[in-house]
Design a protein around this ligand. Structure first.
Ligand code: F6P
Length: 341
């Protein structure tokens, strides 16, 4: 079998572990040939690809990023890809394509699959917001980075008696904010799933100071937004990829709290540091298992499906199910965090 693999969308710690695992299982386990397309779907469309053998994936397990490069594809070019998908597969002689990506990539994978290209998907995102899988790799690493940041911010906040507002990634779902906020013991957690009222955050900080605690850390997801009318805030514009670009909620919230509290507040935007660097052991293992199962599914001819973690097992689920709705933080998880929203 000849397998094509690509990584698309925003990168994520663990991508290289999947690529390595696909190559090992395919080449050693089945005697397959694997080719990697460069820069996601762009490489598929432009014919930029290279052979991936054991040497090509040697030493990449612990490396962040992706050795294949990644990119986002505009919707117009995606349609182009779907129209020519069968021809492309024939041209490159690939029997199956394994795209590794988030919601956008999996939507593309589904379109390609519907257009007749044999596809087995592997979900990835640090945001952990893909339905049908309990976890995505990259999430554990991102939560670890954000938790360490909160730990560090607490000591400097205390020294200066400040309020720190740490903004983490999560456009549509607040999983990173929820879990890093819980793990770091943030005093307030703001998620896209539940609009917050800055007045509640002000009360929380004032109560803390009244109890003699002279600092506070608030963890806010980039997609969090204030409740209607509670604070001046304009939501972001939609970019060319259909993503809403938020206008820096962390910075705006810090300024608002400083004004209302009359205390110093500082925003800290963690940004892409959450996506960079070496994956945790958990993410390496999950990514490796996903790669192994993707190859097995390809050999069983289970196309149009993707790998998913269900409990402790890896199962194959229809890609279509995974892209219909994002997995958002349920109210029960928010309540457990006992935070101020
Ligand atoms: O989808 C993952 C993600 O990390 C989001 O949380 C974030 O909004 C986005 O990617 C950032 O994307 P870009 O790298 O295109 O700025």
């Amino acid at each position: 079998m000849r397998i094509g693999v690509l990584t698309a969308g925003g990168d994520c710690p663990g991508l290289n572990a999947v690529i390595r695992s696909v190559v090992h299982r395919a080449v050693v386990g089945h005697g397959d040939e694997v080719i990697g397309f460069e820069d996601g779907f762009k490489g598929l469309l432009d014919g930029r690809h290279r052979k991936l053998d054991l040497d090509a994936v040697s030493g990449i397990l612990a490396r962040g990023g992706t050795i294949l490069g990644s990119s986002r594809l505009e919707r117009a070019r995606l349609r182009e890809a779907c129209e020519s998908s069968k021809e492309l597969a024939r041209e490159y002689g690939i029997d199956v394509l394994i795209p590794i990506g988030g919601e956008g990539t999996l939507t593309a994978a589904r379109m390609l699959s519907d257009a007749g290209l044999p596809v087995v998907g592997v979900p990835k995102t640090i945001d952990n917001d893909i339905s049908s899988t309990d976890r995505t790799f990259g999430f554990d690493t991102a939560v670890g980075v954000a938790t360490e940041a909160i730990d560090r911010l607490k000591t400097t906040a205390e020294s200066h008696q400040r309020v720190m507002v740490v903004e983490v990634m999560g456009r549509h779902a607040g999983w990173i904010a929820l879990e890093s906020g819980m793990a770091g013991g943030a005093h307030g957690i703001c998620l896209p799933e539940r609009p917050f009222d800055p007045a509640d955050l002000v009360s929380m900080v004032e109560e803390r100071f009244a109890r003699g605690k002279k600092f506070a850390v608030i963890c806010v997801a980039e997609g969090a937004h204030p409740a209607e009318g509670s604070m001046d805030y304009a939501k972001g514009a939609i970019d060319q990829f259909g993503h809403e670009r938020f206008a820096g909620i962390g910075t705006k919230l810090a300024a608002e709290l400083e004004k209302r509290l009359g205390k110093e507040a500082r925003p800290v935007i963690l940004g892409h540091v959450q996506r960079g660097g070496t994956p945790t052991a958990y993410d390496r293992v999950l990514a490796t298992r996903f790669g192994w199962h993707a190859v097995e599914a390809a050999h069983r001819g289970e196309f149009g499906k993707m790998t998913a973690l269900k409990g402790t097992d890896i199962r194959m689920v229809p890609i279509a199910d995974a892209v219909t709705e994002l997995k958002r933080v349920p109210a029960s998880r928010m309540d457990e965090a006992e935070s101020v929203f």
